[in-house]
Every structure is written in C-alpha cells, then in structure tokens.
Design a protein around this ligand. Sequence first.
Ligand SMILES: [Mg+2]
Length: 359
Amino acid sequence: MRWQRVRVLYLLPLMSYTFFPIWTGIFKPLPPFIFSHLKFRNTYRVWCSGDCKNINQPENMEQVVADGAEVMVGDPELLQTKISNIRLDGPAMLQVIADFDATLTKYWVEGQRGHSSHGLLQQGNPEYDAKRQKLYEYYHPLEIDPTIPIDEKAKLMEEWWEKTHGLLIEGGLTYGAIKSSVANSRIAFRDGVIELFELLEKSNVPVLIFSAGLADIIEEVLRQKLHRSFKNVKIVSNRMVFDQNGNLVSFKGKTIHVLNKNEHAIDMAAPVHDQLGDVNGLVDDASVKLRTNVLLLGDHIGDLGMSDGLNYKTRISVGFLNDNVEISRDSYRKSFDVVYTNDASMRGVVKLASQLCSM
Ligand SMILES: [Mg+2]
C-alpha cells in the first residue's frame, strides 16, 4: 500500500506536466530531474560538429560518420555509447592506431591497384627485384590461406620477411633507391588524411602507424606525398640501418610482420621525420600506453590485432573494405564499428575524430 502511495505521488507531477500542454495549449518542458529517472529507449544524444544535424536515432549513426561515402555501422547504439565514453574522457586519453597500406593510402590509383609500401620498392637490381617477387608468389597465398593455424602462419611470415630483408641487403639497396622508388610509385593518400593528422595534432592526439612494411619507405612516402611532417605521427615498422654511403647494412630490432604488428612492437620504433629535423615530442612510448581510448583504422580484420598489447578501455574500429565487398560485407560489419566501402575518402573519419576530440 505504502509503495502504491509513493508511485501515485511520483506520477502526479509527471501527469500534470504531461497534460499541461493539453489543458492550457502551452508547452511547458519537463524539469530536468524527471529525465534522470526515465530511460528513453529510442532517443540517443549524438555529439555533432560541423554539418552533423538532427541525429536523434541510432539508426542514423551512419550519417554521423559518413561524408559522401558509403558506410555501414553494425551496431549504432554501441557506436554511440563508445563515442560518448571517449568524448567524456577527453583527447588526453585518446590515441589513434592506423594501418598504412590501403588504409591511409588509396586502394585504387589512376584506375589501377595502388602500390603498397613494400611493393613500390625497386632496389635498382632487377635480379633481386625478381627474387623478392618470387618470394611474394610463394608466401602470399600462405598468408591469405585460412586453413593454416595462426602459430604456423606467424612462423611462415617471419621467414618471408627475413628472407626479403636479407635480399634487400644482399642486393645492395641504397637510400637513393628508396627515394626514386617512391617518386616513381603509384601510391596516394586518401583525401582527408592531412586534415585528420592536422586535427589530431591540434588536439595533441598521437597517431601510431603500424606497418609490416618498411618505416624508411613510409616516411619517404609521407615526405614526398604530404610534403609536410606532423609531430604527433610515429611509424611502428621495420627500420633500416644505412652506412655513411647510404647503403643498407642491417635492420633494427625484431621483425614486424603482418601477424605481430601491434603495441608490443612499439618499443622498437624510432621517431619519424628525424631527418627533417622535426622534434617528435608528442609520441612518448610510456605516455601512449596510458592513453586507453583508441580509434583504430585498418583494411583487414587482422588489423584489429594492432591494439593487442594495449589494455584499452574503449576502442572504435574503422575498417576500409576495399575488395571482395559482397563476400566480406557481413564479416566486416560484425568486426568493425564502422565500415567504409568503395575506396572511400578519410573525410568520414575526420568527422568522427572531430567528435571524439571536441569537449
Ligand atoms: Mg593494409
């Protein structure tokens, strides 16, 4: 009986507010404390910036991350929650982890498949270029073979990478060959990458580019194709050692291949743009590990492993589905929070990042 009286007492002011507009014809908003006791199942607040307007339903989350691109959001409600959580913690807790090839770079360039950072390399020695190509033809089918257990595959990948690195040394790769390979390559960044890096730099958010390729090539691509450097960008990849004549003599540290490129590998990465004299003060290894919210960008489901080694709190994953779209659509939608198809630009990610960084 007592409980019923309490319920009636609670409902009376609510009913008066509900029927007030009908009685008087005048709208009177509910006091804010009422909202704290009610759960609105179909209305979600979305953090918007710029041209993002009137987004009240989770079904419309796709608009939040779209920018003229075809985009899929598997679980709009979950994405909304993640955006709100990251935003509440602020940019000081955020880091961006990005794959390089076909994620930051375009899949198609001038109507042809764009080069990868590994694939663009012409070491100026046709015999060795052919030897590396032979290795690719042998190991690449093993890389994409879903029947090979992951441990076995990791060993094969390590074998492939080490043989390739050995050929690069043996074949006499020079830093000059890297420069000219990049200049002659078919590689281009997605539109919006500069805006994304600028936005994150302004918000002091580090960007870790994880790649199983070669850090020295990626840095050269950044120099030649973006024509500028960013103090918040760090490459976590295989790094070469050149002698004073610019000849490759060895590789630094542990080999990073497709199956171990993750935050465990961060400790061996050296600063980017050191040759440009840019101070890479923002990306400090220890402080990066304390940033427990992640925006992860990749183009393979395996790229989700890039955040392994980081005890993250909230992660928003963005996938670029470049090939076999119809076959892979469902698995990508289940694996990534946001999926872009049709070789989309980075502008949707800029929009998402601007929400995550806005106070
Ligand atoms: Mg990739």
